[in-house]
Design a protein. Structure first.
Length: 261
């Protein structure tokens, strides 16, 4: 199933400021990932370098549409299909982009073998995803990469920015984790809202309360899946049918892998 959405973000029919909700989601995510905008910048640089300035993009596990927002601001001639299962985050995305015919949002479960049938297009120039697929175990993620290889046109790209941990460097990992958490603790004094607090606020909003309740019925308080290394991602993408794959950005704990069909 597919639905389009608005650009104004004002939510005139509901009185809800969707743009404010999207921005609050961004701030909450940045508390965990202060370099989040840098990875988005590199991702879009590589979109332009590989498939140009007017791509047809699949925003995979799109959430509130953070990638779509940055894509369309940078490339006004691009189009985006956002797909997710989370009813609350999709409500924000649809409200934010309501009336913008460059966007389509689809409700689909990426672990359903037939999820691609819900998409409005059979091929895409680029599949982009960020901080979303770590909840999948490595087996289902490898299966998903195979499905995505069938959606990306020849010469097109897939990019996944996420936590990718090298388990062979435990002391480096521990140092990075301690440093990151110290920075997060200090930022609490400036009013930073964490993941649980953000969802608590969403549950109190008259428009988002219902979708938020349904979201927790679907996911519960699910734990994260796995965070395999950048090397694992590159090798798995090659095995899935991509011609080239490697990292194009990294921090001590996160990375952006790019695969070309």
């Amino acid at each position: 199933m597919a639905e389009s959405g608005t650009g104004t973000g004002t939510g005139a029919a509901t009185g809800t400021d969707w743009r404010a909700w999207q921005q609050s989601w961004d701030r909450q995510q940045e508390w965990y990932m202060p370099d989040r905008e840098e990875r988005f910048r590199v991702m879009l640089d590589m979109v332009e370098a590989t498939v140009g300035r007017a791509p047809r993009v699949l925003d995979l596990a799109c959430g509130t549409g953070s990638i779509t927002d940055r894509l369309l601001r940078r490339f006004p001639d691009a189009t985006s299909t956002g797909v997710d299962l989370d009813p609350a985050l999709l409500t924000i995305a649809r409200g934010t982009f309501e009336g913008d015919d460059r966007t389509t949002f689809v409700t689909a479960d990426l672990q359903d073998p037939g999820w691609t049938a819900a998409l409005p297009h059979r091929t895409y120039d680029a599949v982009l995803t960020a901080t979303a697929l770590h909840w999948l175990r490595s087996g289902p993620l490898a299966t998903l990469y195979g499905q995505l290889a069938g959606l990306v046109r020849d010469g097109g790209v897939l990019m996944n920015a996420d936590r990718m941990i090298d388990r062979t460097t435990p002391r480096i990992n521990a140092a990075e984790r301690a440093h990151r958490h110290a920075l997060m603790d200090r930022s609490r004094g400036t009013g930073a809202v964490d993941w649980a607090e953000w969802w608590s606020l969403a549950a109190q909003d008259p428009v988002l309360a219902g979708p938020t309740a349904r979201r927790f019925e679907i996911y519960g308080d699910h734990a994260d899946g796995e965070t395999p290394s950048l090397q694992w991602h590159a090798e798995t993408l090659l095995a899935a049918g991509f011609g080239e794959a490697r990292g194009v950005w990294s921090s001590p704990s996160d990375a952006l892998v790019l695969a070309v069909k």
